[in-house]
Write a protein that binds this ligand. Structure first.
Ligand code: SAM
Length: 202
C-alpha cells in the first residue's frame, strides 16, 4: 500500500493553488495532472483546497487528471471511501463540508462536487509519454525518489512538454531539481519545490 494521507505536506500545495490562480485566471478550463496519486488522498486534498479558493462556477472548470501505475490503488480513488481514522487530520469544518457517511460503518465518501473534477487513469511515468498536454499544474510528489537519476530527468522533460506556458510544477521538498533539468524550470520559492515552466529551455 502506498504511503500517503489527506492534507499531507500542505505548504507547497497551498502555494501551488495561489500561483495557479494567477497563472490560469481567465481560462475556461484548468487542467491539472497529479502523477503518482496513489489512493487519491493527494488529488482530493488539492480539489478541496481549490473548491475553497474558487467560486463554484469557476471550480466546475477544474479537471484533475489523477494517474498511477497501480490499478488497485486507483480503484480506491474511484470509490473515494475512506475510514474515519484516515480523515482525522482534515480540519473539522472541511471534513463536515466535503465528506458524507458511506454505507460501511465508520467510513466516509467525498461529495460529488469534489469527486466529479477527478479523472483517474492508469499511467506509468517511465513510458515518458504524457497523458496529454496543456496542464496549468503538474504535481508529482514522493514518486520520483524511486527513479534512477536519468529516469528522473526524462520524466521532468516529459512534464515540461506537458505544461502550458507559465505552468506550475510541484514536487516534494527533498527532491532537488537535477542540473540537466534546471533550465526547464524556474524555482518560485526558496523553501518549497514549486516551479514555473521556463520560457525557453535547453
Ligand atoms: C508514496 S506514494 C505518493 C502519493 C502522493 N503523491 C503523495 O505524495 O502523498 C507513491 C506513488 O507513486 C506510484 N508510482 C511509483 N512508480 C510509478 C510509475 N513509474 N508510474 C506511475 N506511478 C508510480 C506508486 O504506485 C504510489 O502510488
Amino acid at each position: 500500500m502506498a504511503f500517503t494521507f489527506f492534507f499531507r505536506d500542505l505548504e507547497p500545495l497551498t502555494h501551488a493553488v495561489k500561483f495557479l490562480m494567477s497563472a490560469a485566471s481567465g481560462r475556461s478550463r484548468i487542467r491539472i495532472w497529479d502523477a503518482g496519486c496513489a489512493m487519491g488522498q493527494e488529488p482530493y486534498t488539492l480539489a478541496i483546497l481549490l473548491a475553497e479558493t474558487m467560486n463554484p462556477f469557476a471550480f466546475r472548470n477544474v479537471q484533475i487528471f489523477a494517474t498511477d501505475y497501480d490499478a488497485p490503488l486507483l480503484e480506491i480513488l474511484k470509490e473515494s471511501v475512506y475510514p474515519w481514522d484516515e480523515l482525522q487530520r482534515i480540519p473539522t469544518e472541511l471534513f463536515q463540508k466535503y465528506f458524507v457517511p458511506a454505507e460501511k460503518e465508520g467510513h466516509f465518501r467525498l461529495v460529488d462536487q469534489i469527486r466529479q473534477c477527478i479523472q483517474p487513469s492508469l499511467h506509468d511515468l517511465l513510458t515518458y509519454k504524457a497523458i496529454r498536454d496543456g496542464f496549468s499544474l503538474i504535481l508529482c510528489k514522493n514518486v520520483m525518489l524511486h527513479f534512477q537519476p536519468a529516469q528522473r530527468v526524462e520524466v521532468l522533460r516529459m512534464f515540461y512538454g506537458a505544461l502550458e506556458p507559465g505552468g506550475i510544477f510541484v514536487t516534494e521538498h527533498t527532491q532537488k531539481m537535477p542540473a540537466e533539468a534546471s533550465p526547464m524550470f524556474e524555482q518560485l520559492l526558496s523553501d518549497c519545490q514549486v516551479f514555473r515552466k521556463a520560457e525557453a529551455a535547453a
